[in-house]
Ligand binder design. Structure first.
Ligand SMILES: Cc1cc2nc3c(=O)[nH]c(=O)nc-3n(C[C@H](O)[C@H](O)[C@H](O)COP(=O)(O)OP(=O)(O)OC[C@H]3O[C@@H](n4cnc5c(N)ncnc54)[C@H](O)[C@@H]3O)c2cc1C
Length: 561
């Protein structure tokens, strides 16, 4: 609580104790001369058991641990709205996410370096930060099929902060997935390690789970730092409403429901995530001047890119009836099994609840001679980067429709479409308008049609004979137009929003921060979270965010040491 703080002036104030913010606060407070304040709008993660149990991660959505955003109706998705969860708890979205831990391709980061003019963002430069983030655990897989999940040890850190590892529970289709890589190696080659920098093929999933429990930025970076360092204060249940100061020294923070103004002598670091960081900036008068004026917000800095270019990856599911109960559906439909799973997890972190949603991820590129690329161009950063991700799940894509169903999620990793975060004119300080812009680019729609066909190819391998009975949705033999209609009416998202306050090259006429993540034109204000990512990587986003936060911490320390 603000009134309990022993001081109101710090060296650094980190706004948002989420994935990135917890890392930055923890790393900065390693220097005992720095007084650091971390402000989180949500509650503490301590005692929130559901956040620790991997198999219960969906229960955190639409709870008090979620900001509960909803997108605006999307023209490309049949005017539907989508839920847009964001973590409202220490650890932020890393405390509620699906825990897949993937870095993307080396080409993704080399493009970041190229567009920002900073070689420090290249794959070779940022890789040490991936290693610094992770403590890869050798886990034991419980399958009796003779399979052993594999990874490449040279691609991993073993002494970092956050637990990562391979699957521990055998799932119904594991053996068949491996058979697909043997049967169709030219389309679905086996990939030894999904985090090697060249993620093309089918590999064992890696997740931010250790000893059966979720590892979040709060459990990994804050639990020890916050309790043992007198130079780090953590405020929870405290919402920052705006930041202000002079352009030479942007160093004051205002919070809701308090008269107290907090001051950062050195820097304010905004880590409120891809929706709330632009929301705070806009409410602070940093954004497009015309749009701010229309909302009666005094312009402090004209930066038109604030809230623009929001990028996310659309997801569609292909569903099948299958002849045996899948791993998750068996549990999701049976309360006795659920109680047993919880009991096993509570005793020693084992059992089905110690698992993420899928044991495999598959990545693929559109062929070089694809008509989709010749017609619309190639938005991917290079030949090592997949356009499509598939993850096969031995369950329905929706926990609310369980049964004898298997599904394949098809994700477009390299969308061309862009959305936005804008203030609600009726209530600028209330929830912003989140527009994902899905399928406003024709590339995305055509690439998603290809992705569905790729998913069908996967499950039509002989390896699935005797398991897959019938394609349920989209209807088998759908025409391209029917597939497009299915895509529009069933697309959801993987919640990987980035780029809403992007970094760009020094002196660039677009972008919000310089490559060192300082807001252009405002001394003392930095952004460190998913918003600054200049192009979405072919990845689930937490590992990239962790690497950004680790590097940013070093940049900030170097500035002030
Ligand atoms: C349901 C779901 C599943 C996902 N699954 C995966 C997955 O399996 N793998 C993966 O890699 N990624 C996944 N993601 C995405 C990934 O977790 C996020 O992209 C990433 O964690 C974002 O990190 P961040 O630091 O930018 O923001 P966050 O982690 O969201 O941190 C922002 C923090 O700031 C706080 N905050 C916001 N506004 C204020 C304010 N005004 N005042 C004070 N505090 C504030 C928030 O409460 C939050 O704690 C998933 C996301 C969701 C929603």
């Amino acid at each position: 609580n603000v009134s309990q703080l022993s001081r109101t002036t710090y060296d650094f104030i980190v706004v948002g104790g989420g994935t990135a913010g917890a890392v930055v606060a923890s790393r900065l407070s390693e220097n005992l001369n720095f007084k650091v304040l971390l402000i989180e709008a949500g509650s503490s993660n301590v005692g929130v058991t559901k956040s620790l149990v991997p198999g219960l991660f969906r229960d955190l959505q639409k709870s008090i641990y979620d900001w509960n955003y909803t997108t605006v109706p999307g023209t490309g998705i049949a005017n539907r709205t989508l839920d847009y969860p964001r973590g409202h708890i220490l650890g932020g979205t890393s405390s509620i996410n699906g825990m897949a831990y993937t870095r993307g391709s080396r080409d993704d980061y080399d493009r970041w370096a190229q567009v920002t003019g900073d070689p420090g963002w290249s794959w070779d430069s940022i890789s040490p930060y991936f290693f610094k983030n992770e403590k890869f655990l050798n886990s034991v897989y419980d399958g009796n099929s003779g399979l052993t999940p594999v990874s490449d040890p040279s691609a991993h850190g073993f002494n970092g902060s956050m637990f990562t590892g391979l699957p521990v529970n055998a799932m119904t289709i594991d053996q068949r997935v491996i058979q697909v890589t043997q049967e169709l190696p030219s389309i679905f080659p086996f990939l030894k390690d999904i985090n090697s920098g060249t993620p093309l093929g089918v590999g064992w999933n890696q997740a931010s789970i250790g000893n059966g429990s979720r590892s979040s930025s709060a459990t990994a970076y804050l639990s020890i730092a916050a309790t043992s360092r007198v130079n780090l204060d953590v405020l929870v249940n405290t919402k920052v409403t705006r930041v202000f100061g002079t352009l030479n020294s942007f160093n004051f923070v205002q919070v809701a429901d308090s008269e107290t103004i907090l001051k950062a002598n050195k820097e304010i670091i905004l880590s409120a995530g891809c929706i709330n960081t632009p929301h705070i900036l806009l409410n602070s008068g940093i954004g497009d001047e015309t749009e701010l004026t229309a909302l009666n917000i005094s312009k402090i800095l004209h930066i038109p890119s604030v809230g623009k270019n929001l990028t996310d990856q659309p997801k569609v599911s292909v569903q099948y009836s299958v002849n045996s109960n899948g791993f998750w559906d068996t549990i999701n439909t049976n309360t006795t099994l659920q109680a047993m799973a919880m009991s096993l997890w509570s005793q020693n972190g084992t059992g089905p609840y110690a698992s993420p949603f899928s044991n495999f991820l598959a990545w693929s590129r559109l062929p070089d001679d694809s008509p989709v690329i010749s017609e619309f161009g190639d938005p991917s950063p290079g030949p090592n980067a997949p356009h499509i991700e598939l993850f096969p799940v031995s369950a329905s894509s929706s926990a609310t429709e369980p049964g004898l169903v298997g599904s394949m999620a098809a994700i477009l990793l390299s969308p061309k479409s862009r959305g936005s975060v804008t203030l609600n004119p009726e209530d600028p300080s209330g929830p912003p308008a989140v527009d994902l812009g899905f399928y406003t680019s024709d590339f995305d729609m055509s690439a998603m049609v290809y992705a569905i066909k790729l998913a069908q190819q996967f499950y039509s391998a002989k390896a699935f004979n005797g398991y897959i009975l019938q394609q349920l949705s989209p209807p088998p033999n759908s025409t391209v137009d029917e597939l497009k209609a299915y895509i529009r009416t069933s697309t959801t998202t993987v919640y990987h929003g980035v780029t809403s306050a992007s970094m760009s090259a020094k002196g660039a006429s677009y972008g919000v921060t310089d490559p060192d993540l300082r807001v252009k034109g405002a001394n003392g204000l930095r952004i460190v979270d998913a918003s600054v990512i200049p192009f979405i990587p072919a990845a689930h986003i937490q590992a990239p965010v962790y690497a950004v936060a680790e590097r940013a911490s070093d940049l900030i320390k170097a500035t002030w040491s």
